[in-house]
Design a protein around this ligand. Structure first.
Ligand code: PGA
Ligand code: ZN
Length: 426
């Protein structure tokens, strides 16, 4: 049973406050819950509670969320069975009583939820992936590595937020990771040679000023080739357009490549990119409320290509059900803090799988050394993960955790490889 729950304010990878929860059980186990934080957040995400007190951390303090854990949640959950994750999460959801965790804060609830998960795995004497997935969880995900950053994650860079390489044409995760890392270093050299800045964005990718959004793709393909790999055959490309960030509701247009574009223009643009580059996945090609445009692109290209709903679906089973019903998107981006509890996150993955949607487990742009998403991807055999470039400790920790898991699984480990994407050309 849960003996104590204690929260404190710590810092995330951007130097902004976030919540850490330590949970102890009476069998001597201890779990740690570290909460991440986004920058290009979806409107429909669960509420991230911030103090708003401008005299501390420019209003970004989380002392109220910490207090909610220590004074409201702790007294309620102490004595409960930490391993009964669903009952624990439901108790906190009920205690909050709002549809978006708008009273206690998703950062407070998720901290406790994660801490309970870790303590339960420890009590069971199992690594996290095995505790969540049993022996069925054995597929190492393709690491979608965000090697060029733009949008809300970088200054003066592209409108498109994330340019990812997906090394699927390899036999093991270890080899796939190595290929991705080599492309990353090769890309740095090429950018430098062309006089570009090689400063990093929030997720560790390069963030140079480009002439157009397409320019970054040209550079990446060049880097894949120069590193000795075959674009499309061994390494594909994923985009996160994060288009809600440059969408105007009033005019129903997207401010892209320097002008206002309508949904039809964007569709033609995506089609052109797909014909020119080995793209296997596009995330948030349209804004979170532009359901018509989402339906159209999924109907036209969804048979071959993955369209990932991030801001659109926000890891929320209700939003996901709408996406399923409307045939808008065919893939779910999975972020624990978008919905705010472990149980609801697992429910969302299950709902996606039942309905033929793929799932890509994801970090946030503001992260901690926590590696839950690595274990989660293996436990649920999601076959895909995105956790930034192979740079910055908080991103590397997740990639390294997968190396550890692959080694632990030994001969039972399977690398997702080509099976991760329908668009893979073998
Ligand atoms: P965020 O970005 O964590 O800043 O929301 C990640 C994403 O959009 O996928
Ligand atoms: Zn996104």
């Amino acid at each position: 049973a849960i003996e104590s729950v204690y929260a404190r304010e710590i810092l995330d990878s951007r130097g902004n406050p976030t919540v850490e929860v330590v949970l102890d059980t009476d069998d001597g186990a201890q779990g740690l819950g570290l909460v991440p934080s986004g920058a290009s957040t979806g409107e429909a995400e669960a509420w991230e509670r911030r103090d708003g007190d401008k005299s501390r951390y420019q209003g970004k303090g989380v002392l109220d969320a910490v207090k909610a854990v220590n004074e409201v949640i702790a007294p309620k959950v102490i004595g409960m069975d930490a391993a009964d994750q669903r009952a624990l999460d439901e108790t906190m959801i009920e205690l909050d009583g709002t549809p978006n965790k708008g009273k206690l804060g998703a950062n407070a609830i998720l901290g406790v939820s994660l801490a309970a998960l870790y303590s339960s795995a420890e009590s069971a004497g199992l690594p996290l992936y095995r505790y969540i997935g049993g022996t069925n969880g054995h597929i190492l995900p393709v690491p979608n590595m965000n090697i060029m950053n733009g949008g809300a994650h970088a200054d003066f860079a592209t409108d498109i937020q994330e340019y990812m390489i997906s090394p699927y044409g390899f036999d093991t995760y270890r080899e796939a990771l190595r290929a991705g890392v080599e492309v990353y270093h090769t890309l740095k050299g090429i950018l430098k040679k062309d006089g570009h800045d090689t400063g990093l964005g929030d997720e560790g990718g390069f963030a140079p000023k480009m002439k157009s959004n397409e320019d970054s793709l040209k550079y990446i393909v060049k880097a894949i080739e120069a590193a000795g790999y075959e674009p499309g055959k061994q390494i594909g490309l994923c985009l996160d357009v994060a288009s809600s960030e440059f969408y105007s509701k009033e005019s129903n247009t997207y401010h892209f490549d320097g002008a206002d574009r309508d949904a039809a223009y964007m569709l033609d643009y995506y089609k052109e990119l797909v014909s020119k580059y080995p793209l296997v996945s596009i995330e948030d090609p349209y804004a979170e409320e532009d359901w018509d445009a989402w339906q159209k692109i999924t109907a036209e290209l969804g048979d071959q290509l993955q369209f990932v709903g991030d801001d659109l679906l926000v890891t929320n089973p209700k939003r996901l059900q709408k996406g399923i019903d409307l045939k808008a998107a065919n893939s779910l981006l999975v972020k624990l803090n978008q919905i705010g509890s472990v149980t609801e996150t697992l429910d969302a993955i299950e709902l996606a799988t039942e309905n033929g949607f793929t799932s890509m487990v994801s970090h946030r742009s503001g992260e901690t050394p926590d590696t839950t998403i690595s274990d989660l991807a293996v436990a649920k055999n999601t076959r895909q993960i995105k956790t930034g470039a192979p740079a910055r400790g908080e991103r590397i920790a997740k990639y390294n955790r997968l190396l550890e898991i692959e080694e632990e699984l030994g001969s039972t480990a399977l690398y997702a490889g080509y099976s991760a994407f329908k668009a893979c050309k073998q």
